[in-house]
Ligand binder design. Structure first.
Ligand SMILES: NC(=O)c1ccc[n+]([C@@H]2O[C@H](COP(=O)([O-])OP(=O)(O)OC[C@H]3O[C@@H](n4cnc5c(N)ncnc54)[C@H](O)[C@@H]3O)[C@@H](O)[C@H]2O)c1
Length: 366
């Protein structure tokens, strides 16, 4: 019988940063968008099993949540679990991101942890990529003006991803935090984009944008972000921030007048913009849209909303991509995390092993 590999491949923050420096932001985003589109096109729920995510939310010591998002790929024989915490006060109180995450994968032959990596940067990458994929199908190809409501971490990768698909010339931004608006331009400098970033009113942003991304930390119950504002007749909106019961960003009448496409229907009905809609008011999910592209050819000329709550398929794709990069670049560390050696039925076996090892060391010293 072949010997099992007892080691877990661990990619730390440094490894992920090294990958990004070697491969480059744009190449990573392009490959990710491409692979995500392929993964969604071939998504088959009879072999890829995804239960709705679960977790804990709390208000003490601060408001936040920790959730787990599992995926079982029957054909590949692995399970991927994204662990994510959302603590909107993190940036102000602790100077760390609101969204903190790790992504791990498990071997379904034995249950061993095969790999684990930072998911903070990867979540930002994949959330941007998901909006780009959906916008490719639902936004007008000649879209030039991008509106960003919420100028936090996700807004940077929304702009990055959309700029790889559309020729964005102007970005209109709005945030309740003036500092976030002021620093947005400098946080995006690394992207080397030749475009204008303008702080504006919500009214102008909503009225003039071809594509809008909402990625705010608005409190549950406090939405929507705006109401009774006129949009372009063919605006496409990537609603990224609504991912919790009672947390919504868009007004109900806008949703009712739009083609609404959730990433993961059952989850979006609990946590996304879809929680406000009746079933018959929700049009189709992203996989169905992409797999039946011909039936939805005219949608770019009408208002549409991508209800992005975060789908673990996206995390699976980004993890696989970074695993490949990391292995090619010889990065990461193989660590024996799990106690798997010795007698399988003797959990304390290692104590005898270490006593024997100590005694033999002592003999050698004498
Ligand atoms: N759909 C997904 O897959 C996905 C992935 C990651 C994060 N998210 C969600 O996206 C949201 C943003 O995440 P982030 O990492 O950018 O957070 P962040 O804390 O970095 O930024 C959020 C920004 O929203 C602003 N904001 C809050 N209320 C606002 C309002 N009423 N109007 C305008 N701006 C407002 C804040 O001032 C802040 O600058 C969060 O709610 C998070 O849960 C969704």
């Amino acid at each position: 019988m072949p010997k099992l590999n007892n080691k877990t491949l661990v990619f730390s923050r440094e490894d992920i940063h090294e990958i990004v420096k070697h491969v480059g932001l744009n190449q990573i985003m392009d490959e990710l968008i491409h692979r995500l589109e392929i993964a969604i096109k071939s998504f088959d729920p009879s072999t890829i099993h995804i239960p709705i995510r679960s977790g804990f939310n709390y208000t003490k010591p601060d408001s936040g949540l920790v959730e787990w998002m599992p995926l079982y790929n029957e054909l590949k024989g692995d399970v991927v679990i994204k662990l994510v915490g959302y603590h909107p006060n993190n940036p102000d109180k602790h100077q760390i991101p609101s969204v903190i995450s790790t992504i791990s994968s498990y071997d379904t032959t034995t249950g061993q942890l095969k790999g684990i990596m930072d998911g903070v940067l990867l979540t930002a990458f994949r959330t941007g990529a998901a909006s780009a994929v959906c916008s490719k199908y639902l936004a007008k190809p000649e879209s030039k003006v991008l509106g960003l409501i919420g100028c936090g971490a996700q807004a940077v990768t929304q702009l990055h991803a959309l700029s790889r698909i559309f020729n964005i010339e102007k970005v209109l931004i709005r945030d309740v935090d003036t500092e976030a608006m002021i620093s947005f331009g400098s946080r995006c400098e690394v992207l080397n984009l030749d475009l204008e970033i303008e702080t504006t009113s919500l009214e102008e942003l909503v009225g003039e944008s071809d594509i809008i991304c909402t990625a705010t930390s608005i409190e549950p119950g406090a939405g929507p972000l705006f109401s009774h504002l006129k949009t372009k007749a063919s605006v496409h909106i990537n609603a990224v921030g609504a991912d919790f019961p009672n947390k919504v960003e868009l007004p109900l009448d806008l949703l009712r007048n739009s083609f609404v496409c959730p990433d993961f229907l059952e989850q979006a009905k609990i946590e996304g913009e879809c929680q406000k809609l009746e079933d018959h008011e929700i049009d189709t999910d992203l996989a169905h849209l992409i797999q039946n592209e011909m039936n939805y050819a005219d949608l770019q000329n009408q208002m549409s909303v991508f209800d992005s709550t975060g789908w673990v398929v996206e995390d699976n794709v980004v993890m696989d991509l970074f695993m490949e990069y990391g292995k090619k670049l010889n990065l990461g560390q193989y660590i024996e995390i799990e106690s798997l050696t010795g007698d399988a039925k003797s959990p304390y076996d290692f104590i005898n092993e270490s006593v024997v090892a100590c005694e033999s060391n002592e003999k050698q010293i004498r």
